[in-house]
Design a protein around this ligand. Sequence first.
Ligand SMILES: Cc1cc2nc3c(=O)[nH]c(=O)nc-3n(C[C@H](O)[C@H](O)[C@H](O)COP(=O)(O)OP(=O)(O)OC[C@H]3O[C@@H](n4cnc5c(N)ncnc54)[C@H](O)[C@@H]3O)c2cc1C
Length: 500
Amino acid sequence: MSDVVLIAGAGPVGLVMAAELRRFGVPVRVVEKEIESPAQSRALFLWTRTLELLARGGATEALIAAGEKLTATNIFSGKKLIGHVDFNDIDSEYPYALLLPQARTEEILEANLAKLGVTVERGVELTAFSSDVHGVTATLTHPDGKAEAVRAAYLIGCDGGGSFVRQGLGLTSATAPHQSAWYLADVELQGGGFSRSELNSFWHEDGFLALFPIPGGKFRVIANAGKAKDFTPGTPPLEKIQAIIDARGPGGVTAANPAWLYAFRVEEYNIASYRAGRVFLAGDAAHVHNPIGAQGLNMGIHDACNLAWKLALAYRGAPNAEVLLDSYTIERQAVAERVVANLGRAAHAATVRNPTLQFARNLLGNIYFGLAPARRQVAETMSEVSFSYDHSPINGVEDHALPAPGPGQRVALKPGQKPFGLGPVPQFALLAEPGAKVEKLRHEFPGLLEAELRPALSPRCIWLVRPDGYVAAVALREDIYLIEDYLYTYVPKAEDLAAF
Ligand SMILES: Cc1cc2nc3c(=O)[nH]c(=O)nc-3n(C[C@H](O)[C@H](O)[C@H](O)COP(=O)(O)OP(=O)(O)OC[C@H]3O[C@@H](n4cnc5c(N)ncnc54)[C@H](O)[C@@H]3O)c2cc1C
């Protein structure tokens, strides 16, 4: 059996998938059908949780050096400020969104992958595949038209919205796909006095409007077409963008010198299963969201960080590998569903038409955003730090009497603490006070448990944390056998590791 994992597509998700697998010692091939990467800025936001996850593979520092920080968001109805949410309250080393054009993000991710010894094979297209219980047989078509037959242990379709892999598997959306139409413009904005470190969104009965800074001095304008009957995909005239800003914005704002004008449709979906045997889907191949929350690229990177450690453990002969691999769909599909629901609610609130309902919405919005816990909740949702895997089949025993965070929840790091899941194998971490029983556990699982204990979050409990920073299991110190059981269930034994 070939031991290579074949990754189709070198967008941001394919690049992170390859880097995560490679740093965990799994051989990969990454094929990308395009010779050149697209130059357009497309996704601009890298949220807090994404920066945390990418820090594990060493990419975050270079991304931060290249990007600009967005530290707050404002919600307006016309000129009236409904709410101001500061991202500084997010419990993370990265309490902001990083603004960076997608083309630059991809450049940095590809350079990071090259440091791990992996070169993207450009101009090479996956043109056929079939799978069996032992692996995947695929055809790769090279730029000169030559077809290469390959055998791989697994295939991961990171091949975007039109995913060839998804179509080949015949997988469809769990919910009815929903189409929406959008205008985008990267322009200079005169008037309005907008801060270069804040996102401004405007609620309006015609549709949603957002204005935010992009590196290089311009602003991005993004607006849904709403009920407009004259929507045509392609390059809209600047006058169309100006008319939307005039109608939905605060007034007195002029757009000029466009760098990119784009009118596009989005087909929103969430595929029912992200796995079919030895073939997986990740990123836009698995789910596409409307652009209101700027979550698409971020969600795809989280998919990669969720699947890679599980696949690396399965690769090393983890017991119950099938349960581990199935948990990928269960965990990530539920998060994608939540994002769809959140964005749907946001869109609904933004576009209420009835004046009485608008008045009530603005009043309630004022009250809601006046509350610190509410503001914090919004910031934690936007930055994706509050997403958790509450109903995952690989969560340890749930005991609500124990202190948080519980199984499936993210563990927030204190500034300066090293990220979870660093290093050349997917290591779990133990958060516990020292003691004989804990030491014994660390000796039983050499290599896949961090060598050092991390500080306990409460002296009476032990936390086992997954390589992606979510709690695997938590138990009272006297119930350490629960942690031990967890490790025996999912972590390969020392002899399997040595054999790899
Ligand atoms: C205008 C616009 C604005 C956006 N703004 C935001 C935003 O602000 N925030 C955000 O988070 N997201 C945003 N998105 C979404 C974001 O761009 C996508 O979610 C992201 O690119 C998905 O990454 P991916 O790697 O899954 O897919 P893609 O980036 O689509 O990459 C897939 C790759 O696979 C390759 N490929 C396809 N088929 C094959 C094959 N058979 N063989 C080999 N290679 C293949 C393709 O050439 C492509 O390079 C925006 C998208 C658009 C279009």
